[in-house]
Write a protein that binds this ligand. Structure first.
Ligand code: HEM
Length: 373
């Protein structure tokens, strides 16, 4: 290659690097601090994998930027603001929520059925469409409904305790995060869909698919990058952004829907969705719900409650294991609760103040508050 070609390449490289720097100067121009990121990619590589590194990076930045009340990240060139100040949160989530009603636009429309299903999820909907769908799903969480689910949750919790005790006898180390995940999945499947899977006992197909779905892999990252940078090539290759497990979940939901047609209604999440779908044929209905939308919300329901609840349980148990005094305080509260109510009841859980403090809000902070007393 001649000198001119090298010079041209070097100029292009410098210009693209400068462009990236300019796009990554958004937060500094607003006076918001930002941790160092990579050119073009920003901090996306840190947030893609949901693993210990992700939590460590959040913890590290939270400590580093604590006094600024916020910090900025970049997912490629898109600015992302991380906040923890309760007043700012109140503005975003309550007072000025109309201005923040929409989530980020994850363009999942690749033409593949799997991605089309995922694109129908509530979390990807905006404006009036989101409000309509949300109105259908919200009644799943009324206190009456949660109360009626309570015995099902207790059954799964008993199974978890039994299984963990057995594991503790047989193994020096018990992978509790994994078991919490299985407990969560069994509970949601039972409460929302009437599907009974004993994933703690049988390492069945359902469990394996769920675990595979939540384990990000390098192929997923490459596909995400390809979709972000070369969407045409992505479509040409017929690739999908979502793993094949989505097809499995869609099948499971479709089977559960078919079973409801012939079986009894339970007044659960699936029934609420089916009623909304059936009434959406009525011209006076405000909501239009297709089969695809129904499957999408069901997959979302399984996914949304799984990792979140399992992480909360894992973090809380870890901190309780490290802080024996607080563990004893909590144990006392729960024993007193059983003595008063005769058992662990819904009402008793609602009244358990220390338990609530242990699980409430920012997990680490709520613990710091209790432990400093
Ligand atoms: C400790 C446990 C949980 C935590 C920390 C948690 C956290 C969150 C967060 C932060 C969001 C907002 C996401 C966004 O705006 O993009 C969300 C949404 C959602 N979560 Fe949870 N979640 C938990 C448990 C559950 C459970 C058990 C279910 C259902 C079985 C569930 C169902 C949903 C649904 C359907 C949405 C979407 C709501 C909407 O877009 O309007 N979550 N959750």
């Amino acid at each position: 290659m001649g000198v001119e070609t090298w010079l041209l390449l070097a100029t292009v490289a410098v210009l693209t690097w400068l462009y990236s720097r300019w796009r990554h100067s958004y937060w500094s121009s607003k006076g918001v601090p930002s941790p160092p990121g990579l050119p073009f990619i920003g901090h996306f590589h840190k947030s893609f994998f949901i693993n210990n590194r992700l939590w460590e990076s959040f913890q590290e930045n939270y400590t580093k930027f604590y006094h600024s009340s916020m910090y900025g990240l970049y997912e490629f060139f898109s600015p992302v603001l991380v906040i923890w100040d309760a007043d700012i949160m109140r503005h975003i989530l309550v007072k000025d929520s109309e201005s923040f009603i929409d989530r980020r636009d994850f363009n999942m429309k690749t033409g593949q059925e799997r991605d089309e299903i995922m694109a129908e999820m509530l979390t990807l909907k905006t404006g009036a469409e989101w409000k309509g769908l949300r109105a259908i799903m919200t009644p799943t969480f009324t206190s009456g409904k949660i109360k009626s689910m309570f015995p099902l949750v207790c059954d799964k919790a008993d199974a978890l305790v039994k299984f963990a005790m057995k594991e503790a006898v047989e193994n020096p180390h018990v992978e509790m995060k994994k078991h919490f995940g299985r407990f969560t999945m069994d509970t949601i499947a039972s409460c929302a869909f009437g599907i009974e899977c004993n994933s703690m006992v049988d390492n069945d197909e359902f469990t394996r698919k769920v675990e595979a779905f939540f384990t990000p892999n390098i192929l997923g990252l490459i596909k995400g990058l390809c979709f972000g940078f070369m969407p045409r090539l992505f479509k040409l290759l017929g690739l999908s952004l979502n793993p094949p497990e989505v097809d499995f979940f869609a099948d499971v939901v479709q089977q559960a829907v078919a079973a409801r047609k012939v079986g009894q209604r339970r007044g659960d999440f699936l029934d609420l969705m089916l009623e909304a779908r059936d009434s959406s044929d009525d011209p006076s209905s405000k909501h239009v719900l297709t089969d695809r939308t129904l499957v999408a919300q069901s997959v979302l329901f399984l996914a949304a409650g799984y990792e979140t609840t399992a992480s909360l349980m894992a973090f809380s148990s870890f901190l309780l294991a490290k802080n024996k005094d607080q563990q004893h305080r909590l144990r006392d509260e729960l024993q007193q609760m059983v003595a008063e109510h005769g058992d662990i009841t819904y009402q008793a859980i609602m009244e358990a103040k220390l338990l609530d403090a242990c699980l409430q809000g920012d997990n680490i902070n709520s613990f710091q508050i209790i432990f400093k007393k």
